[in-house]
Design a protein around this ligand. Structure first.
Ligand code: RP5
Length: 166
């Protein structure tokens, strides 16, 4: 008998290899919080069939949350949201030409009925997407909720009351 396949709850998808330095911030947060994920390159424009297959099959694959990052004409998060009922968190990757404002506007301004939870441009947005994915999963996972609380408490404890070297 084969071993049961472990459920991986988070998919991190990105439009290009060039998005990975940003999107690995989401992966690092999920690692820290003990949440498993799978990272894939899915381009809305260069691999449209892969995009369609991923969006249609994400729930059946067992994913609970999708983090989608793209830059420039960043249609990936919105198209995935059009293809699945799963929550989609969109990360605008900082583009060279317009510093990510193009990415942000093409992810955030979705029509009513097809939401994408849009985070900040760049590294902070990717890190927060990881934390937010964990927060969503923690609604049904008490151990993860405790790890999230500990993470937040440790973050608070690291903030000094006074600046160093004054
Ligand atoms: C988008 O185009 C990707 O998400 C990436 O942010 C941007 C540039 O892609 P590359 O030309 O670096 O592959 O589709």
């Amino acid at each position: 008998m084969s071993a049961p396949v472990a459920i991986v709850p988070v998919a991190i998808v990105m439009g290009s290899q060039s998005d990975w330095p940003t999107m690995k911030r989401a992966a690092a947060m999920l690692d820290e919080l003990g949440v498993t994920y799978e990272a894939r390159i899915v381009s809305a424009h260069r691999t449209p069939d892969r995009l369609h297959a991923f969006g249609k099959g994400a729930a059946d694959e067992g994913f609970k949350v999708v983090i989608a990052g793209a830059g420039g004409a960043a249609h990936l998060p919105g198209m995935i949201a059009a293809l699945t009922h799963l929550p989609v968190l969109g990360v605008p990757v900082q583009s060279k030409a317009l510093s990510g404002q193009d990415s942000l506007l093409s992810i955030v301004q979705m029509p009513a009925g097809v939401p994408v939870g849009t985070l900040a441009i760049g590294d902070a947005g990717a890190a927060n997407a990881g934390i937010m994915a964990a927060s969503i999963l923690a609604l049904e996972d008490a151990d993860l909720a405790e790890r999230l609380k500990a993470f937040r408490a440790a973050q608070t404890a690291r903030v000094a009351e006074k600046p160093a070297d004054q």
